[in-house]
Design a protein around this ligand. Structure first.
Ligand code: APR
Ligand code: PHB
Length: 390
């Protein structure tokens, strides 16, 4: 089998890259380890920056997103008995965010690829990147009972943090930066209308909690938990008890309960792989970097990488220049480190760290109070939350 760009992974990065390349007249094949139902139903984050929405709409993916996505003009931050609203309209000159689940983006992308007869192979196994430094790289893989080979001009490693692409770059060619946080997030999807029109991030004495949503009928809640906890440690009553305690800090506000549709625990880490290019292998999305979910940046970063990678490949095919491909790692990493910093900052501000001293707690409260009192501090948070590209 032959194509111009061989793409490993059918997450937001791989699928969007394949879609944009197709619109730019470049052929690709996507190889995915899991089956279609699995990737379409995997529950992940769901906040899209304005720039992400604009990009998806520009490439014809806005129809359901603009109809069903929930536009938000602010977020609420709670601490102690205080509440502070970050008003995006006022602080960012009218930019906002859209709440639309990642698996909805995936469904739209798969539908668009299949409608264009895109080649998407699910359930592939033993994927290997071969000869990325040569002019003729290829991907070897197993599909059904067959060993197969995909010859290509370029390979896009879009296979997430646990994929094979990053691992196929020799250790001496990369530097990785890693921080593991001493807590995880337990997330639940709930069959109940959201209890607030906007997302609520809470720093409570018992730890972090977040009230979010997916639709007018489905809410999404998270609580900080010890990183070694398993889902069996958290029966439904214990989750609700923690959510009520951590979120109901304001008199008169209550969190609505409902049937729990899904429960999962996600570890929290920041990770950056430098470089994002090794010869004709280009990394994008979680394959190259991970952020903790506190700033809701993971999918936005993956999409920002793909925007740059698709432009770089288009320039290469249209006029033979590799300037943008050469600049790809540097251009991406600038955006990556901004968001890595913001996600780390939000995480540090809002969580209860094990062994946290009273001094450190006071510093958190001082910063939250500063945010409440200073429009400049709130504007900095708002600017980053809605997406700061430079
Ligand atoms: N071979 C083929 N496919 C693979 C392999 C492999 N060896 N390893 C992983 N994959 C697939 C995964 O099954 C997944 O479908 O690659 C895809 C990677 O998708 P994501 O993990 O969603 O990564 P990405 O597309 O970069 O999107 C980043 O996803 O993890 C969230 O919060 C993160 O929102 C962010 C977004
Ligand atoms: C979500 O709705 O899943 C969500 C929202 C905001 C975050 C993280 C996750 O910061």
């Amino acid at each position: 089998m032959r194509t111009q760009v061989g793409i490993i992974g059918a997450g937001p990065a791989g699928l969007l890259l394949s879609h944009i390349l197709h619109l730019r007249g470049i052929d690709s094949v996507v190889l995915e380890k899991r089956d279609r139902t699995y990737v379409e139903s995997r529950v992940r984050a769901g906040v899209l920056e304005q720039g992400t929405v604009n990009l998806l709409a520009e490439f014809g993916l806005g129809e359901r997103l603009l109809r069903e996505g929930l536009q938000h003009h602010g977020i609420e931050i709670r601490f102690g008995a205080r509440s502070h609203r970050i008003d995006f309209d006022e602080l960012t000159g009218g930019k906002g965010i859209t709440v639309y689940g990642q698996q909805e983006v995936i469904k739209d992308l798969i539908a668009a690829r299949l409608a264009a007869n895109g080649r998407l192979l699910f359930n592939v196994d033993e994927v290997r990147v071969c000869e990325p430094l040569s002019e003729n790289p290829c991907i070897r893989f197993r599909s059904g009972d067959e060993d197969r080979r995909l010859d290509c001009d370029f390979i896009a490693g879009c296979d997430g943090f646990h994929g094979v692409s990053r691992e196929s770059i020799p250790a001496e060619a990369v530097t990785c930066f890693d921080r593991t946080y001493p807590f995880a997030w337990l997330g639940i999807l709930v069959d109940a209308p959201p209890s607030s029109g906007e997302l609520i991030y809470a720093n409570s004495p018992d730890g972090f909690a977040l009230h979010s949503m997916r639709s007018p009928a489905v809410s999404r809640n998270y609580i900080q938990c010890p990183p070694q906890d398993r889902i069996e440690d958290w029966p439904d009553e214990r989750i609700w008890e923690a959510l009520h305690k951590r979120l109901e800090m304001l008199p008169g506000w209550t969190l609505g309960e409902g049937g729990i549709l899904e429960k999962s625990i996600t570890p929290m880490r920041s990770f950056v792989c430098e470089t994002m290019r090794y010869g004709r292998l280009l990394l994008a999305g979680d394959a190259a970097h991970i952020v903790p979910p506190t700033g809701a940046k993971g999918m936005n970063l993956a999409i920002s990488d793909v925007d740059m990678l698709s432009r770089a490949l288009a320039e290469r095919y249209e006029n033979g220049s590799e300037d943008l491909l050469n600049a790809y790692p540097e251009n991406c990493l600038r955006q990556v480190w901004r968001r890595v910093h913001f996600s780390w900052h939000m995480t540090s501000l809002l969580h209860k760290f094990p062994g946290q001293s009273e001094f450190e707690r006071r510093l958190q409260l001082a910063e939250l109070e500063y945010l409440r009192k200073s429009p400049a501090a709130s504007a900095a948070l708002a600017e980053n939350y809605v997406g700061f590209a430079f």
